[in-house]
Design a protein around this ligand. Sequence first.
Ligand code: GDP
Length: 330
Amino acid sequence: MSVSKPPVDVDALAAGIRAGRRVDVSRAITLVESSRADHREAARALLTALAPSTDSPTVRVGISGVPGVGKSTFIEALGTHLTGLGLKVGVLAVDPSSVRTGGSVLGDKTRMARLSVDPNAYIRPSPSAGTLGGVARATTQAMLVLEAAGYDVVLVETVGVGQSEVTVAGMVDTFLFLTLARTGDQLQGIKKGILEIADVIAVNKADGDRETEAKSAARELAGALRMVYSGADAWVPPVLTCSGLEGRDVDHVWRRINEHREHLGREGLATKRAEQQLEFTWALVRDELADRLRRSPGVAAIRDQVREAVLAGDLAAPVAADRLLAAYDD
Ligand code: GDP
């Protein structure tokens, strides 16, 4: 059944968001997740109306770690701690696997039972918008919607898969990496790249039998990091221990996140966000160009023929690329 819905009333939606109405927040996030051309246009108008700024007071935090490290348990504990302080908390997710499966376990409400019924929390699972770029675009805009709705903290959850961590690091102020007790050789198992983007590191599940092990793993990791980071005013990512399950030392982690923001300073934070916007701008352009390439009738007309010729070894890749680009430009 095709019922044509009335066009989006952007002004009314923006007013609803500013008033903090959940239905409007949800509606707006659905809009920014949509790939329909008219929705994308409305989403753009909406974001312009919401006039996001680089000095919004919202604290943007990325949280990453392998499946099973305890992300959702930790977010439940941190989120409840924050709403207990009177803050409004949004939880978003970037899950590249949702692109393939069409579903996401990240940000799943059933995994955060208390937070999902907390009136001061808003949880949204990862969009499955086609590509990591698409997911990132939707999540970045969802974050702006939450900020306009007066959310004080936005937590963006992601798994340690492919580029997703780097993508999330590019949209938040502070990046928190959750890990499990690892010592010696196991430390090598932590992806090098992750240590380069982590601002705060927490060894999770520091409870019961694992507490001592977690503490010594944290000390070892902290020592390793001090060797990597030098320079008087460099921020050396602190390594803490915590237990999301028992809610233990989750407040310490939060304090370190705030210290990282203080270290950036007002200007440093504004610069970081402005640079992220510039990077995001180019990501949007690359995304759109890739889309146009896919939709181009000229390219579609010769795509199969070029494919066969390249596979058969009759056409060199650079020549094939030139032909496809020429077909696109026509
Ligand atoms: P995620 O996949 O990273 O979101 O991990 P979950 O939060 O779903 O947790 C995975 C498993 O680890 C669950 O069985 C949790 O109960 C358990 N878990 C999570 N946090 C802790 C913790 O701090 N301590 C202990 N002992 N177990 C935890």
